[in-house]
Design a protein around this ligand. Structure first.
Ligand code: GLU
Length: 435
């Protein structure tokens, strides 16, 4: 019957076949990262299997009547990787390449990220396989609302709280909040974060991820003897995260020498004017055609000498070949999963410092947590308060990770996984198995 839930749950055999996938895809990358931490987990290894599969994965059909009268079906997902430390938490991605396997990895990285910064959340992620730029505003609203209704079975302010990710924004979150609220018969602002500010959103949420990347970048630069004043930045991705981070680095005296997005690659050794580039992107939707820089090919981006490389787009961008060619000192992983495992080893051997995604881009979910707390208390904080607390939570967590890395001779990534896996698996063990 139309209007009834058209959800499908994948069989365990399907999930296990995903679990065996190759290291070059996101879920394979995640499993490899868990393998790296296993030798350090001691007795907690008894429970490590819970990290290696999602707790719950929902696939939904989203049938929509398009503006031209045609009926189209989109596939959507919501994966709850772990709920051991609290409700699921993680973004919603609208992108043509979204797949169950990608969402599984993104959900698992949220488990690690939320535990790394000690938020009382598990890890989850959702997505729809759709190119939002091809939809009208009305079609986008329909897709969002039907998807929300379908995953309404498993989301809620105490169950699982979505947020923005690639291809979604505060307007999409407003539709999620409204649809969920209509279905339960009360306005429930805390079901989603990253909402518009006048609908229970938090001040500072939009800039939070980019500001967090900058805060981690400052600590990484100091630890590696790099002065930010005059440092060269190469940036992949000029969306909400990359744009805000670039602005902060430029204000600290850096030069952005290369920028790449889905429309093109720009290079200017003297520094690209980021404010003008932002205006250009706001006008035209991408960096292509910007007058203040030369064009490069996609692959040439990876050869531009820089001091800090910021991948702020999608997974799997730093491949082994690119890791060998890179001429940089610090990689700040603003995207989720930008470095494949083989490249990670090459960067380590080459002495290039890597701030892993699960801490580097945690600023967004930290302010999402603040938003969730504010929604529950219906008491809202000032922007200043948000930024001070954001930096406190993020830098304290990063200091603990750096200490763990030094004491145990680990990379920052493995140290982050160690801290997080200890927290998640201890919670798992203390809660015990039911029945
Ligand atoms: N999508 C963001 C991330 O990958 C934010 C998630 C959230 O705020 O829940 O961390």
């Amino acid at each position: 019957m139309e209007g009834q839930s058209a959800t499908v749950q994948r069989s365990e055999a399907d999930l296990l076949s995903y679990a065996k996938s190759t290291p070059l895809n996101p879920w394979g990358t995640y499993l490899h990262q868990i393998d790296m931490v296993k030798p350090h987990l001691g007795d907690l290894n008894r429970w490590v299997g819970t990290m290696q599969r999602p707790k719950r994965a929902l696939i939904v059909d989203i049938p929509i009547e398009m503006d031209n009268g045609e009926i189209r079906h989109f596939e959507g997902y919501r994966v709850q990787h772990s709920l051991s430390r609290g409700p699921g938490k993680g973004g919603l991605r609208f992108h043509p390449d979204v797949s169950l396997e990608e969402v599984m990895a993104l959900a698992a990285w949220m488990t690690i990220k939320n535990a790394a910064v000690n938020l009382p959340f598990g890890g989850a992620k959702g997505g729809i396989r759709v190119d939002p730029s091809t939809l009208s505003q009305r079609e986008l609203e329909k897709v969002t609302r039907r998807y929300t209704s379908e995953i309404g079975l498993i989301i809620g302010p105490q169950q699982d709280i979505p947020a923005p990710d690639v291809g979604t924004n505060p307007q999409v979150m407003a539709w999620v909040m409204d649809t969920y609220s209509q279905n339960v018969g009360a306005t429930v602002t805390g079901v989603v974060t990253g909402k518009p500010v006048h609908l229970g959103g938090s001040l500072g949420r939009t800039r939070a991820t980019g500001l967090g990347v900058f805060a981690i970048g400052r600590v990484m630069a100091a630890a590696n003897g790099l002065a930010l004043d005059g440092a060269r930045i190469a940036l992949q991705g000029f969306g909400n995260v990359g744009g805000v981070a670039a602005d902060r680095f430029v204000k600290a005296g850096c030069r952005v020498v290369a920028v790449q997005d889905h429309t093109g690659t720009l290079h200017n050794a003297g520094g690209i004017d980021i404010a003008s580039l932002q205006e250009h992107v706001d006008r035209s939707g991408g960096i292509a055609g910007f007058a203040g820089a030369d064009d490069l090919t996609l692959e040439q981006f990876w050869d531009v000498p820089s001091d800090i490389l910021i991948p702020a787009a999608l997974e799997g961008q730093i491949t082994a070949d690119r890791a060998r060619r890179l001429s940089t000192r610090i990689v700040l992983e603003a995207a989720n999963g930008p470095t494949v495992p083989e490249a990670d080893e090459i960067l380590f051997d080459r002495g290039i410092a890597v701030a892993p995604d699960v801490i580097c881009n945690a600023g967004g979910v930290i302010v999402s947590y603040f938003e969730w707390v504010q929604d529950f208390s219906s008491f809202f904080w000032s922007e200043q308060e948000i930024y001070v607390r954001l930096e406190q939570v993020l830098i304290q967590a990063f200091d603990a990770i750096r200490e763990l890395a030094v004491i145990n001779g680990l990379t920052l990534r493995t140290a982050t996984y160690l801290l997080s896996c200890r927290r998640v698996l201890t919670a798992r063990k203390e809660r015990g198995l039911y029945p």
